[in-house]
Design a protein around this ligand. Sequence first.
Ligand code: HEC
Length: 165
Amino acid sequence: MSQSSSQNNEPDPDKQLEVTEALFKCLTEMTRSSTGAFFVDNMLGDIDATVAVANSETGGEYPVGSLVSLIPTEVMIKHREGWNETTNDWEFFELTVSEEGSEIAVRGTTEVVNRFGGNCFGCHMLARSEWDLICGTGHGCAPLPIDRETIANMQNGDPRCIKQD
Ligand code: HEC
């Protein structure tokens, strides 16, 4: 590596997709993974490629533009190849959601902490490499401190889904 290898953990701005708050949608209007656990989208429109990896039983590398979410406030987005080696080009987002939409509270790579005090990358890095930092179940991550029913309630209670009549 070159002299600049100490910069390896810094995201490369040239490989970064432009993320706007309008990109974050009502969770249950996104595509549900085949396990039913999480929801996916692709901000570049390549939803088929994202769904193919999300539904694969053997894992795989998520394509650029993939957006993944389990609960409304926590999202992962895949930037272009080479954006950040450590996170395999994933950026972690902690959102504040309301009827008005989404606001980005925190975003970044290895330093983002969720509202339960947990470091996103710290947990997600434990997924075995074929799962591309996606925890699911049985991928090697420690389980969440919230049960399946609580997760389902958070998904179904996404305030962004409430339509104005
Ligand atoms: C305590 C460990 C832990 C922390 C901290 C954590 N996650 Fe997760 N995350 C998990 C586990 C385990 C799952 C899988 C849950 C399930 O499906 O039962 C998960 C699921 C997800 C998913 C759905 C895809 C997948 O990996 O299964 C996304 C997206 C996600 N988390 C993003 C985040 C973001 C963003 C943060 C930080 C703001 C975060 N997580 C913090 C452990 C964690």
